[in-house]
Write a protein that binds this ligand. Structure first.
Ligand code: UD1
Length: 416
């Protein structure tokens, strides 16, 4: 199967296009609802957005990703309304670019997945340190700066992906020099840096935890190709480990998943690299392994539900520690409905593996939990029905089609 562009990158690249008036094109954009919602948000801000996906999309042959063309006007509107923002967390990424371009912005407090409190304190404090006034009023984050942002030395309490992105997009148009210390360094941040550099930004320290930015007075529109989705690639690496069989992940980048693939290999799965991706195979019960989620290059929180699902049918006991999103273990209750033997306490889960799960009706509370429940359902005896499966479609284009092409017995049901 083929992996397309990363959701968590494409949405931020779309927001970054706001930094330069003119036409930007972003290629390798996944065909998911969140991209449409971000497109609608950019239109509300005054842009013209065209999203083109291949007519003959075929996930088995790699024709899955499209192009978004964004025409950004000289004068942007600066209010991002609740009805769009609440539908995706990533919409907060327009805050930095809007204040940089319009010197003010009002962005509704975002929604997104039910996986934790997801504060904005680091976004707000960083923008304040760059010279903005930032406050919350009637459910909106409101910010203004008298003129351009002023470069500053910033230190994040935690390498937050969203805060790093917002502050980076503010700093590229600031007057002077900015340092973002303890910055996130996920491949999606590297991708954003690369697009900003092609737009004319001056950024050093890419892929390290210290980003150094020399502000410029304007940027130019660009064409950019989105990085491959490492979380989708990681999901398909877990699929044969959980449900058995062999999956070749075309476009999967091993270096983005070093720790994950090492753990799968150490547990007894076979992992082989080839020029354009990697293959994972498993035909036996794997050995349980512990997981501690951490910012990149640590074990990604977005793959934690798959580790939990795998541990539930592995040989031995695993301790899973969630350090990034406190509410991610809501998924554990659903997995227990399939017969998993697990206990959670705060941000730890202890899972005692058993040979088999048994199918049951379960509910998907977020994108990754939904996909992990489907994979666990494939490993379970009998039928599993995953309700609220629309969450899965927000992160995985053609999820059921890809699974069927791999031989899984999966059906999408429309229940009203
Ligand atoms: C992004 C990803 C998400 C991924 C996460 C961590 C998108 C759209 N989503 O989310 O899939 O799981 O990175 O890799 O790209 N926090 C604060 N204050 C802040 C900012 C964050 O307390 O100002 C907390 C959050 O509540 C969370 C933790 O920091 O507990 C990490 O959040 P962050 O890295 O910012 O994740 P997102 O950008 O929201």
């Amino acid at each position: 199967m083929y992996v397309g562009g990363a959701k968590n990158s494409a949405l931020k690249l779309m927001a970054a296009s706001l930094l330069a008036p003119g036409r930007s094109k972003i290629h390798n954009v996944p065909d998911i609802l969140d991209v449409d919602v971000m497109g609608q948000l950019l239109e509300r801000l005054g842009c013209t957005v065209a999203i083109a996906h291949p007519q003959d999309a075929d996930p088995t042959r790699g024709l899955i990703s499209g192009t978004v063309t964004i025409d950004v006007p000289q004068e942007l509107k600066w209010e991002a309304p609740y009805e769009l923002v609440r539908r995706l967390r990533a919409s907060i990424a327009v805050l930095g670019p809007l204040v940089a371009r319009c010197h003010r912005a009002s962005v509704a407090l975002p929604g997104g997945d039910a996986i934790g409190s997801r504060g904005l304190d680091m976004h707000m404090r960083g923008l304040q340190e760059l010279g903005a006034r930032v406050w919350i009023e009637h459910g909106q984050v409101v910010a203004d700066v008298p003129d351009r942002f002023a470069g500053a030395n910033l230190w994040l309490d935690f390498p937050s992906v969203g805060a790093t992105e917002n502050l980076l997009m503010a700093a590229v148009l600031a007057e002077g020099h900015t340092v973002i210390d303890n910055a996130a360094r996920e491949p999606e941040i590297v991708d954003l840096c690369q697009m900003l550099i092609s737009m004319g930004a001056r950024i050093d320290g890419i892929s390290t935890s210290t980003l150094v930015i020399e502000g410029v007075s304007s940027l130019s529109p660009v064409e950019h190709t989105t990085v491959t989705d490492r979380i989708v690639a990681g999901t398909w690496a877990f699929a044969p480990a959980i449900a058995g069989g062999t999956v070749t992940v075309e476009g999967g980048v091993h270096a983005h998943l070093d720790l994950v693939l090492d753990k799968l290999a150490a547990s007894g799965a076979e992992v082989t690299d080839h020029a354009t991706g990697f293959t994972v195979s498993s035909d036996k019960q794997l050995k349980a392994f512990d997981v501690v989620t951490l910012p990149f290059p640590g074990f990604p929180t977005d793959l934690q539900p798959f580790a939990l699902a795998l541990a539930s049918i592995s040989e031995g006991t695993a301790m899973i520690t969630e350090n990034v999103f406190e509410a991610r273990f809501m998924f554990a209750q659903e997995l227990a409905r399939l017969g998993a033997d697990l206990r959670t306490d705060g941000h730890h889960a202890v899972v005692r593996g058993r040979r088999e799960l048994s199918g049951a009706p379960v509910v998907a509370h977020d994108i990754r939990a939904g996909a992990a429940l489907v994979l666990a359902g494939l490993a379970a005896q009998g039928t599993t029905t995953v309700a609220e499966s629309q969450h899965i479609d927000r992160g995985y284009p053609y999820f059921a089609e890809v699974l069927r092409s791999l031989g899984a017995d999966v059906e999408r049901m429309n229940i009203l």
